[in-house]
Design a protein around this ligand. Structure first.
Ligand code: ATP
Length: 374
């Protein structure tokens, strides 16, 4: 069992906050990914949970017990680093068994546990080798095996795949998902790679500037980003975000800017036009000669093999459209695009917070209108 609670935790280095008032409740057995750009505080947060860094404020609880001041060795947690941190002069078997030897467990028990864990991670044939005689992926598995050998309640991982090449990284992602399922342990995983987060996480906590922007399932963050930052961070290519106005016409709301005019499917009147940040994902724009949502000109076409990225200039806005190949369009041509009202994301221009115009409940729409007009 390992439920981890991060309770209003902050970390200051000098006058600057690396982590600011972070609250997170990680349930037993979750695969929670801490995601965010470089320098957003992911590693600092993980290191505080591991006990390698002391919080400036707040508490960390493991299964309800306050471990904020506990030394790392006494926390029922195992850490896997990006650098693997294997002992070069020890064999794979000795590296894996190290945490048990340090705890003075009986030899026979260590040997049995090492052999079990090695079998789980397909390392049985490599037990007598030294780390230098292993591939990057094998070293990474030894580091994982060493973390597993104590059977900890939770695994803390800091970018463990970043030293692997693209193919191995993708294979190891699959292995980690399977391992998490098999062990049923809590995984807390730091990465700046959105593909790792989307594919492995049961929930993602997206950090920005030391604070949490949003916590939720990968689908929640992708489909209903709470802020413009989340919208722009997840997705490759990212969501098209552009300034626009929400206007009412014949009792219905529309999003408009030069070259773009999309019905929101909401019947409401606005006292005045409202400035917003609008967003549409590249895969939600469809090339259609009868489309009226966007009228623009093609500035670039990128062939990705299975699909094409068509870049369109509409007024002052540059849009990226993801189309199946062949899209049948060329640079310099005029183009018309279609999209559905449900595919428009709206954010407050000043705060970046999601506006709830699209929600079917009239109350939510009225609130959003009130908020953004105020
Ligand atoms: P990356 O993905 O690049 O590893 P990160 O999200 O893990 O970044 P952290 O390493 O947690 O970010 O760093 C957060 C901020 O705290 C950064 O601005 C960093 O420079 C600062 N920082 C981290 N450790 C220290 C330290 N020991 N002393 C001073 N500042 C630090």
């Amino acid at each position: 069992m390992a439920r981890l609670q991060i309770d209003a935790v902050s970390k200051k280095f000098g006058a600057d906050y690396a982590v600011r008032e972070v609250n997170l409740d990680i349930a037993d057995g979750e695969f929670l990914v801490l995601l965010g750009p470089s320098g957003c505080g992911k590693s600092t947060l993980l290191r505080m949970i591991a006990g390698l860094e002391q919080p400036s404020e707040g508490r960390i609880l493991l299964d309800g017990n306050d471990i904020t001041d506990e030394v790392p060795q006494r926390r029922d947690l195992a850490m896997v680093f990006q650098s693997y941190a294997l002992y070069p002069h020890l064999s794979v078997a000795k590296n894996i068994g190290f945490p048990l030897r340090a705890r003075r467990r009986p030899r026979a028990q260590i040997a049995q546990r090492v052999s079990e864990v090695a079998a789980t991670l397909e390392l049985s044939a490599l037990l007598e080798r030294r780390p230098a005689a292993l591939s990057g992926g094998q070293r990474q598995r030894v580091a994982l095996a060493r973390a597993m050998v104590r059977d900890p309640g939770a695994f803390l991982m800091d970018e463990p795949l970043s030293n692997l090449d693209a193919k191995l990284r993708s294979a190891t992602r699959g292995e980690l998902i399977a391992l998490h399922r098999r062990l049923g342990a809590t995984f807390l995983y730091v990465t700046h790679d959105q593909v790792e987060a989307m594919t492995m996480a049961t929930r993602i906590a997206l950090l920005n500037g030391g604070q949490i922007e949003q916590v939720g399932t990968p689908e929640e963050l992708y489909d209903r980003p709470r802020t413009a930052f989340v919208a722009g961070f997840l997705g490759s290519p990212p969501m098209n975000l552009f300034p626009a106005q929400v206007v009412s016409q014949d009792g219905a709301l529309r999003v408009r800017t030069e070259g773009i005019d999309v019905a929101l499917g909401i019947d409401a009147e606005l006292p005045a036009d409202t400035e917003v940040l609008a967003g549409i994902r590249p895969e939600r724009l469809r090339i259609d000669p009868t489309g009226t949502a966007v009228r623009g000109r093609i500035t670039m076409v990128e062939n990705l093999g299975s699909e094409e990225l068509v870049h369109v200039s509409a007024g002052d806005v540059e849009l990226c459209v993801r189309a199946t190949r062949p899209a049948g369009v060329a640079v310099g041509e005029d183009i018309a695009l279609r999209t559905d009202p449900a595919d428009i994301h709206l954010f407050d221009k000043a705060s970046g917070l999601r506006l709830t115009w699209q929600e079917p409940e009239t109350a939510a729409v009225q609130d959003a209108v009130a908020v953004s007009v105020a």
